[in-house]
Design a protein around this ligand. Structure first.
Ligand SMILES: Cc1cc2nc3c(=O)[nH]c(=O)nc-3n(C[C@H](O)[C@H](O)[C@H](O)COP(=O)(O)O)c2cc1C
Length: 258
């Protein structure tokens, strides 16, 4: 029988929480790390607590690989398109969407695997993202810096083979971690009115003046005078979609997204 205990809320309304608010207000992706290693216990503590993240139906459809060997970090950096922040990081946590373990559990119970339908795939991807973001916040709270590495999806099969992933597991992103050698300023986000709506979706199409305002903020952030510093980059990125092979590559890893 499960134990039901009445629990006090973690923080009474109006109290506590300030640290997390402050942390998110100033957080930024860190791409330069000091060479000092992260103690094994610190990494274990981050991973252990990150696993407290919510998970759909308690399926825990993800796996985490802790990578610290320099040669492996360098190989993964190459897979990610030569990202120095991976090659030089003291550690990389790799977050995988994982349906392998669940398919084995089904087999243990004598069932048959229903196939990786789209919803199950989204469950695994969401679970992995939530545990990854939790790890990032925990690392940040301990004074470490981090950057997520989606570049590992440049070569999902190469990465899977390098990390000895079984079928039905793929890398969603990595999290390069270390003591920051430099801490960048917080990058501005879109004006709230473009992103946050009350009760019903807001103006569609979005307000062009608000986008122009954000272009200015990003130009200022990057210290240039590009009038389309953000929207121009979005348009360029969308004109040249990336990773068009991904569906076929993931299918070869046993992931059908049916
Ligand atoms: C899923 C995901 C994948 C990312 N992949 C990379 C990456 O491969 N390399 C990198 O340098 N930054 C990567 N980033 C970091 C983003 O570029 C960064 O979060 C974004 O520009 C906002 O900047 P900020 O985190 O400093 O606020 C990734 C972020 C996310 C959420």
């Amino acid at each position: 029988m499960s134990q039901v205990q009445s629990a006090e809320p973690l923080a009474a309304e109006g109290q506590g929480g300030a640290d997390l608010f402050e942390l998110l207000a100033r957080r930024a992706s860190v791409r330069k790390f000091l060479p000092q290693p992260i103690p094994e216990e610190t990494l274990a503590r981050i991973v252990d607590h990150a696993r407290r993240a919510p998970t759909s139906s308690n399926l825990q459809a993800y796996s985490i690989l802790v990578v610290r060997e320099r040669a492996s970090l360098q190989a993964l950096a190459a897979f990610a398109g030569g990202q120095r922040q991976v090659a030089e990081a003291p550690a990389l946590l790799v977050f995988c969407a994982d349906l392998h373990r669940l398919s084995e559990v089904v087999a243990l119970r004598g069932g048959s695997w229903p196939g990786d339908n789209l919803d199950l795939s989204l469950v695994a991807v969401t679970d992995a993202a939530l545990v990854g973001m939790s790890a990032s916040l925990l690392a940040e709270s301990l004074g470490l810096g981090s950057v997520m590495i989606g570049g590992l999806r440049n070569d999902p099969e190469g990465v899977a083979s390098h990390l000895a992933l079984p079928p039905r597991v793929f890398v969603l992103f990595g999290l390069a971690l270390g003591v920051p050698a430099e801490y960048p300023p917080a990058k501005p986000r879109l004006p709230e009115g473009l992103v946050v709506f009350q009760e019903r979706y807001g103006e569609a199409p979005p307000d062009a003046a608000a986008i122009a305002e954000y272009d200015q903020h990003i130009a200022h952030f990057h210290q240039n005078d590009n009038p389309h510093a953000w929207s121009g980059r979005v348009a360029a990125d969308m004109a040249a979609p990336k990773r068009l092979e991904l569906r076929a590559q993931l299918a070869r890893l046993g992931w059908q997204f049916k």
